[in-house]
Write a protein that binds this ligand. Structure first.
Ligand code: TLP
Length: 349
């Protein structure tokens, strides 16, 4: 389904999708109540469905991925502790410093390869607080898929290994699984197996699953009850939120089953790009719906390439002068993908 009413193809992000008619209908007909008092049946249903899907005891519906991560990290830690995360983790780079401003944490970044931290580097970063000069590690955060690395996935085995070593040091693990269903589809595994080793996971309805709003935090029942209190503190207690949860239910039911299409589209675009002169794409990172490309030419840079694409009704944003991220999603069809490839060949060939 193209962006309604236009021929525009929006590759800026999978957050740009519009609710489809089924979502809008579900929203209009949703049974609602006051969710702060636990009285919204649609939110309750979404939380139960999500927890079951991810093999966790309970779920907490939150406004955004940022809120899900923040509530999780705040619940896991105490001010003055450290959080171990990958150098390019979304929570570290793009969540407006909530970690420090609100949780009072010291980030301890570990540089990964394609977004994957080596277990020995994570272990070396863990501090039990016995050294008076060092803060104690409060939580280990993993991101799957890793956005900035290009949608790369962390396998079940890699997740298990990192979680096992964190747990051996009594450190809990939170997964920023904004696109966890993409990871599960790419790896052909059950998402529950992918997150089983971790204590908590946050995933987004409003990215590749195609809903307009919302994310879910899943964990033990006890953890979720504590997180619910903190969600209230930061103003995340929503009232008749069933109106948005209804669209998320449709997204959870229909979204995961079609993600392989987005991955195939991303692959097709990446392979086209890789053949073009002066364009670099590391095809080994194109595992899901994100393509990172580097412009290595004198006649064109990333901003001018985005402008040229815009004249073809294709939207993309430069990350800097040389790099562009392209993201495929439910509103990018087979025909759209062909059109993107043809436009790229015309502009750059
Ligand atoms: N990612 C967005 C924004 O950076 C603009 C995008 O377009 O990719 N974790 C990950 C891995 C994310 O990619 C994002 C958003 C978030 C968390 C935050 O989610 P929201 O935007 O719902 O707060």
């Amino acid at each position: 389904m193209p962006t309604p009413g236009t021929d525009q193809i929006d590759l800026r992000s999978d957050t740009k999708t519009m609710p489809d008619p089924e979502m809008r209908r579900a929203m209009a007909e949703a049974e609602v109540g006051d969710d702060v008092a636990g009285e919204d049946p649609t939110v309750g249903r979404l939380e139960e469905m999500s927890a079951e899907r991810l093999g966790k005891e309970a779920g907490l519906f939150v406004a955004s991925g940022t809120m899900g991560n923040l509530v999780a990290i705040k619940t896991h830690t105490r001010p003055g502790e450290e959080i171990i995360l990958e150098t390019w983790a979304h929570i570290y780079r793009y969540e407006a410093s909530g970690l420090s401003m609100i949780c009072g944490l010291l980030p301890r970044p570990v540089t990964g390869v394609q977004g994957r931290m080596a277990p020995e580097d994570v272990e070396a970063a863990i501090s039990d607080g016995s050294n008076i000069h060092r803060a104690r590690t409060g939580v280990l955060e993993l991101e799957n898929t890793h956005n900035i690395a290009g949608g790369t996935v962390l396998s079940v085995a890699q997740t298990r290994e990192l979680c096992a070593l964190a747990h051996a040091h009594h450190v809990p693990v939170h997964i920023d699984g904004a696109r966890i269903f993409n990871a599960a589809v790419a790896l052909k595994v059950d998402p529950a197996d992918l997150v089983a080793p971790a204590d908590t996971v946050q995933f987004c309805f409003s990215k590749s699953l195609g809903a307009p709003v919302g994310s879910m935090l899943c964990g033990t029942r006890e953890f979720i009850e504590q997180a619910r209190r903190f969600r209230k503190v930061i103003g995340g207690g929503m009232r008749q939120a069933g109106v948005i949860a209804a669209a998320a239910i449709v997204a959870l039911q229909k979204g995961p089953g079609r993600l392989h299409e987005d991955h195939a589209h991303a692959r097709q675009i990446a392979e086209t790009l890789a053949e073009l002169p002066g364009i670099y794409v590391d095809l080994t990172t194109v595992e899901t719906n994100i393509i990172n490309l580097e412009v290595q030419r004198d006649d064109v840079d990333a901003p001018s390439l985005c402008l040229a694409l815009e004249t073809c009704d294709i939207l993309a944003v430069p990350r800097d002068d040389r790099h562009i991220r392209l993201v495929t999603h439910v509103q990018v069809t087979d025909e759209d993908t062909d059109r993107v490839c043809r436009a790229l060949m015309e502009i750059l060939g």
